[in-house]
Design a protein around this ligand. Structure first.
Ligand code: C2O
Ligand code: CU
Length: 448
């Protein structure tokens, strides 16, 4: 084979494509027909993209759907023009056309990609996939497994995705919850392991609204990264791991179950724990139990500096069912909650519904911003900032882990801080995608 370096550098070979198209997949038990999904390369989750830190990702999105689409590379501190937000960083790609994504991956970790046009529908139909960025020196494990957790609303009569994407109850309450939970597109995901195997589990919540509460059995584990970013020290996983929509967690996990037993990743449901992923253990382990894992190597730019004299931007979330929002500004006009409801809009940030012409804030490049997020609604919200990671400033002044999505429960105030060091226009929105569609979307500008 010809070495890549022997090829002329300027050769204009078309980048590898990633096709958004419909496909039929068996999500449900075989007693149901296959389900039509929208998937990248006809799969959901889409193909696992796995690159090295500092590499360039080049993919040509080819739109074979009947409606426009884009791809957002969630959690990547990306060049703004590649962020995939229609009407803000690019035009949506019409059916039959394509768009070339081409950007550098500055951070190692677990990320994901998903549609960002009509997301509440397109993501619910299956347009998402894992994006794994490997460290130059990765921890030694026997298996490195990305597990995409998803939640589908299937019409039991037909086995097809329920197409009630404008469902007013979803828009105004907790978002679109489904009735079929999958791991990597399977309701009964399983993987064989041996005693004492060490795994890296890269958990990704791709659901529209479901908050997963996860635990281990027959496995002992540590959280080593959240939203792609390494923790300074691995955190033993002793209580439930809460994974809100769009959040990720990297775990290092050792098999403690014996041959003949089954280990589980389980999720909490109202009536107890149910299996999320099954790991039958067989054979003889080749290795003894290992020591606790070392921390992952940190990514660049993980410090939030300049906190003491940072600008603070008030940020209040209001609206929704059982809330007390009376009125808010939509399309430049103050409107009653009843009128907003008629328009299918239920939520506001600082009294304003949805994305406006002008940004919530314009930051000078390198400026540190603080946002105390007040959740004055009856529901939890998973707030996601594009193009940056932030840290929580806890009430005792200490800083939380670096994340790109923060779950803020009803009645809570949680302050985040970040260095606005990535120039461009960046969304800040709730990742309960029905909420984002019904008002919980704003944006900020970082000057060049
Ligand atoms: Cu993962 Cu604006 O989204
Ligand atoms: Cu929300």
């Amino acid at each position: 084979m010809l070495a890549a370096s022997a090829l002329p550098r300027a050769s204009r070979a078309a980048p590898v494509s990633l096709e958004a198209r419909t496909a039929r997949v068996q999500l449900t038990p075989e007693t149901y027909p296959a389900t039509e999904v929208w998937g990248y390369d006809g799969r959901s989750p889409g193909p696992e993209l796995r690159l090295r830190q500092d590499e360039r990702l080049q993919r040509r999105l080819v739109n074979r759907l009947a409606q426009p689409t884009t791809i957002h590379w969630h959690g990547i501190r990306i060049a703004n023009a590649m962020d995939g937000v229609p009407g803000l960083t690019q035009q949506a790609v019409p059916p039959g056309q394509s768009f070339d994504y081409d950007f550098v991956l500055p951070d190692a970790g677990t990320y994901w990609y998903h549609a960002h046009q009509a997301s509440a529908e397109q993501v619910a139909r299956g347009l998402s996939g894992p994006l794994i960025v490997e460290e130059a020196e990765a921890p030694e494990v026997d298996h490195d497994l990305a597990l995409m957790l998803d939640d589908w609303r299937i019409d039991p009569a037909t086995g097809q995705i329920a197409d009630d994407f404008g469902n007013l109850h979803d828009l105004s309450h907790a978002g679109r919850y489904g009735n079929l939970v999958t791991t990597n597109g399977a309701f009964d995901f399983a993987r064989d392991l041996r005693p004492n195997d060490r795994l890296r589990l890269r958990l990704i919540n791709a659901a529209n609204a479901r908050i997963f509460e996860l635990g281990l059995s027959g496995l002992e584990g540590w959280v080593v990264a959240l939203d792609g970013m390494p923790l300074p020290a691995p955190r033993p996983l002793t209580e439930a791991l809460v994974l809100a929509p769009a959040q990720r967690a990297d775990l290092i996990v050792d098999v403690t179950a014996k041959a003949g037993e089954t280990a589980w990743l389980a999720r909490a449901e109202r009536d107890g724990a149910v299996g999320q992923a099954r790991f039958p253990v067989a054979g003889t382990g080749t290795k003894p139990r290992r020591d606790a894992p070392a921390p992952l190597p940190p990514n660049p730019r993980m410090e939030v500096t300049g906190l003491a004299d940072a600008r603070s931007i008030s940020f209040r979330m209001e609206g929704g069912a059982m809330g007390r929002m009376q009125a808010a500004v939509l399309d430049g006009k103050r409107q009653s909650f009843r009128d907003l409801m008629q328009a299918g809009q239920f939520w506001a940030f600082n009294g304003v519904v949805g994305r406006t012409e002008t940004p919530l804030v314009t930051a000078a490049r390198g400026e540190t911003l603080r946002l105390p997020i007040v959740n004055d609604t009856a529901f939890p919200h998973a707030m996601h900032l594009h193009g940056h990671h932030f840290r929580e400033v806890r009430s005792d002044g200490t800083l939380g882990p670096m994340r790109d999505t923060l779950l803020v429960m009803s009645g809570e105030t949680r302050e985040i801080a970040f260095v606005a060091d990535n120039p461009g226009d960046w969304l800040f929105h709730c990742h309960m995608l029905s909420h984002a569609a019904a008002g919980m979307t704003t944006w900020l500008r970082v000057t060049a």
